[in-house]
Design a protein around this ligand. Structure first.
Ligand SMILES: NC(=O)C1=CN([C@@H]2O[C@H](COP(=O)(O)OP(=O)(O)OC[C@H]3O[C@@H](n4cnc5c(N)ncnc54)[C@H](O)[C@@H]3O)[C@@H](O)[C@H]2O)C=CC1
Ligand SMILES: C[C@H](CCCC(C)(C)O)[C@H]1CC[C@H]2[C@@H]3[C@H](O)CC4=CC(=O)CC[C@]4(C)[C@H]3CC[C@]12C
Length: 369
């Protein structure tokens, strides 16, 4: 909890502060940043839960705004000491157009950087993604790699392309002179697949399992590892690195860090079963029924249907050629860079992360528990 002896004089801004990760960052800052005096929460859609945070010692300012609008961003950034830029359009299902994804993720990030430069904000943390590295379009495995592991990062899909471009902009902006003459200090955090309370895709899988009579069908071989990290630990990394940007500017500025914790290495589906299993679902083995070529055929059919139906309705199922390729390619990280550079240790053990996530699934509406 915050220690009351510290002087509260820092203003933080969290963009995308009402999203899945953003909400955890906001709550973590309130609990773990004792120097915070004002917390600005900027989002296109503000959550009603923000109201309950307004009674504490920190001034919580909710700002409904759009990162693609430079003037709205500049107004929110002015006077902030630190910006955590987590807003983004997370879409690998074809819900938004490539132009919209680019506008929010790339132009939105440009706006945040320029706002820092114009208004004199010196510290910027960007929520990047493992997707800026891979899996690449060739399906090369990235097996327990770190920030220096060589990998051919080649993207075609609008989401990873936009995250990679935005991350580059943030890192290039490190050292730029901001208003007042001091240098901007930036860094990028790259979470793998985040899980935990509020995770929409976990919700979707759970409800799909209930609809199918308590069963989910294995589509991905158990041998394919997919990196996962608990949302509370990702939030904690953001809080910690934001705090250290000033003290360790020379070391941390311009750096990238994978987000990691002690979550086990498993396939995407087996990992989900760590939570969905105790909530009454079981994973049915279907390798003989659904070989990879058949899944790819279904995924391609889904993509075709999406294109054909687009004038009439939005058809955006979880399975498409891109999601199948990501889920079916090993991508896991093993690193201690964040620990070495800014003393990060996961705040939540694997057991805690698992228990918290299971409790959240069990409390869901329509839960079988
Ligand atoms: N969910 C995951 O597994 C991973 C997410 N990330 C990154 O983490 C960040 C947060 O992602 P999530 O919390 O999962 O997604 P989310 O969709 O729950 O949160 C994103 C937030 O950004 C806001 N937003 C979107 N467009 C905006 C705009 N034009 N102006 C202002 N706010 C806008 C949304 O309203 C939402 O509250 C994103 O930048 C994403 O790329 C990175 C790695 C993994
Ligand atoms: C939806 C996928 C799982 C369904 C596969 C099926 C239909 C065969 O069962 C998800 C598998 C991997 C996920 C992505 C991954 O965790 C990396 C990500 C990082 C981000 O920055 C954003 C989200 C995502 C792209 C994530 C999206 C869902 C998966 C593709």
């Amino acid at each position: 909890m915050a220690e009351s002896t510290e002087v509260r004089n820092l203003v933080y801004l969290v963009t995308g502060g009402c999203g899945f990760l953003g909400e955890h960052v906001v709550r973590m800052l309130l609990q773990r940043e004792p120097r915070l005096s004002e917390l600005r929460v900027f989002d296109l859609h503000l959550g009603p839960w923000l109201e309950e945070l307004k009674t504490g010692p920190v001034q919580v300012t909710a700002i409904q705004g759009d990162v693609t609008q430079a003037h709205e961003v500049a107004a929110a950034v002015a006077g902030a000491h630190v910006v955590i830029h987590a807003a983004g359009l997370v879409d690998v299902f074809g819900r938004a157009s490539p132009e919209t994804i680019h506008k929010v993720n790339v132009q939105g990030t440009k706006n945040v950087i320029e706002a820092c430069v114009q208004t004199g904000t010196r510290f910027l943390v960007y929520t990047s993604s493992m997707e800026v590295v891979g899996p690449n379009i060739k399906g090369h495995p990235f097996y327990r790699g770190n920030e220096d592991t060589p990998y051919e990062a080649v993207h075609k899909h609008p989401y990873p392309c936009s995250k990679a471009q935005a991350e580059r902009l943030v890192l290039e902006a490190n050292g730029r002179e901001v208003r007042g003459g001091l240098p901007l200090v930036t860094c990028a955090l790259r979470p793998t697949g985040i899980y935990g309370e509020g995770h929409q895709i976990m919700r979707d899988f759970y409800h799909q399992g209930l609809r199918l009579g308590g069963r989910l069908f294995r589509a991905i071989p158990a041998s394919v590892e997919h990196g996962r990290v608990y949302v509370g630990n990702v939030a904690w990394m953001h809080v910690l690195v934001a705090r250290e940007l000033e003290q360790r500017a020379a070391l941390v500025g311009g750096q990238v860090y994978f987000c990691y914790d002690k979550s086990p290495y498993k396939s995407y589906e087996d990992f989900n079963m760590e939570f969905l299993g105790p909530c009454g679902l079981r994973l049915v083995e279907t390798r003989l029924l659904a070989p990879y070529w058949l899944l790819m055929l279904l995924a391609t059919l889904n993509a075709l249907l999406q294109w054909l139906l687009r004038p009439l309705l939005l058809y955006a199922p979880l399975l498409n050629p891109y999601t199948l390729a990501v889920a079916n390619t090993t991508f896991t990280v093993s690193t201690d860079k964040a620990q070495r550079h800014f003393g990060y240790e996961p705040l939540f053990s694997w057991e805690d992360s698992r228990t918290r996530t299971i409790r959240w699934v069990q409390a869901m509406e329509g839960s079988a528990q």
